[in-house]
Design a protein around this ligand. Structure first.
Ligand SMILES: *Cc1c(COP(=O)(O)O)cnc(C)c1O
Length: 388
């Protein structure tokens, strides 16, 4: 029987397992020393001052929005071509969410569309407080074009970098926050490195860092300098605001810290597999991933787009034939504005044509560290057969 090839998969080594077991045998399985080690490893790698580990990227996006005091009278704009979590972060804060259509080449939030929408929004007095670009597939959005707009129109920037740990933009690591207030990584098993569930918020801003560490643990502080009255004793803490329990465990952080040591190896392998797809699929009726010259993707996903006018099959047929051949293709993403939850706010099909056109043609094909060349060849061969 042919084995199933998933579209993404974690890579767990013996060293990872040993790191987790060490924590399990220790006295502190949550809030232990591995969390700081993991945070330090990510901060060092990204060249950023602060890293705050959390229970998921969704949690990280939520507290990043809270740290910027996003609220019911505010607007958050993001890409329609993302996982629902990006937009939901705004909704958790009570903010209204709107979308900026994507670039036809990179599929990321388009800076041109953003500028046009900002000009119109300014006239109506409906400018966003937060814009959240998403580094789709691990390719950075064009941050240098977004940052001047943030300055001009007065919004803050949170990068949804869930796909992009290990990627570079303008030669610097994604997560260095040169053009943003904060960036958020995901460590879900299909992403570049994993902690099971987990995420990380990074920032260079002291004030945001202080808020983030409070917000991940109920809004509680033990810092006497922040308290409204002097300490009652060694047990004393104060809750300064309404935070959450978004802590990661030491068990997970140990796995994350161990995985960080292989980040470059993981990304190198993904890049070489992507290069192989680029070479071997180029003669097929497909649009292959276009890379902006200033980006160096971490290749979380490899997305092909079907040139449907040159194929005698529908998108769904091609997808199904791949699945029937035990190739675990997927689709990233269903445009968020078409979800019933978002349609209740008035969004409809037709609102963001680039993201919708992409959706009609896109398929994510298998790409992960442990994908063998033989399995990759099976994917390539099957695509040839189906598309001939
Ligand atoms: C995976 C993902 C998230 C959510 O990450 P979790 O860690 O699962 O909460 C958010 N945004 C994007 C773009 C993602 O791919």
């Amino acid at each position: 029987m042919t084995s199933f090839i998933p579209y993404g998969k974690q890579e767990i080594s013996e060293a990872d397992i040993a790191a987790v077991i060490d924590v399990l045998k220790s006295d502190r399985i949550t809030q232990g020393p591995a969390i700081e080690r993991f945070e330090q490893a990510v901060a060092d790698y990204c060249g950023v001052k602060y890293a705050v580990a959390v229970s998921s990227a969704t949690a990280g996006l939520h507290i990043a929005c809270l740290a910027l005091e996003l609220g019911a009278n505010d607007l958050l704009w993001t890409s329609p071509n993302t996982f629902v979590a990006s937009a939901n972060a705004g909704r958790y804060c009570g903010a209204s969410v709107d979308f900026v259509d994507t670039d036809p080449k990179t599929y990321n939030l388009s800076p041109e569309a953003l500028e046009a929408k900002l000009m119109a929004a300014e006239k109506q007095g409906k400018l966003p407080s937060v814009v959240m670009p998403v580094h789709l597939t691990g390719q950075s959005a064009v941050m240098a074009a977004i940052a001047p707009l943030a300055e001009k129109y007065g919004f803050r920037v949170i990068e949804d970098a869930s796909h992009a740990i290990g990627a570079q933009y303008q030669g610097k690591p994604v997560g260095c926050c040169e053009y943003s207030d904060m960036a958020v990584f995901s460590f879900h098993p299909v992403k570049i490195i994993t902690t099971g569930e987990g995420g990380m918020v990074v920032t260079n801003q002291d004030e945001l860092y202080q808020k983030l560490i409070r917000l991940r643990t109920h809004g509680i502080t033990r810092d006497p300098n922040l308290m409204t009255e002097s300490s009652h004793g060694g047990w004393y803490y104060q809750q300064l605001e309404l935070g959450l329990n978004y802590r990661i465990t030491d068990i997970q952080a140990a796995l994350g810290a161990s995985q960080m040591q292989r980040l470059e190896k993981f990304v190198d392998r993904r890049r070489s597999l992507a290069q192989r797809y680029n070479e071997q699929l180029q003669d097929l009726p497909l649009t292959l991933p276009d890379q902006h010259p200033e980006t160096n993707s971490s290749w979380h996903l490899y997305v092909i787009r079907l040139q449907l006018d040159q194929i005698q099959k529908t998108h769904q047929q091609v997808f199904n034939e791949l699945r029937e051949a035990q190739i675990g293709v997927n689709l990233h993403y269903i445009p968020v504005h078409t979800q019933p939850y978002y349609q209740q706010f008035g969004f409809q099909w037709g609102d963001f044509p680039e993201a919708e056109q992409y959706y009609r043609e896109a398929i994510s094909i298998p790409l992960y560290y442990g994908l063998t060349e033989a399995d990759q060849d099976r994917v390539i061969q099957k695509l040839r057969e189906i598309l001939k």
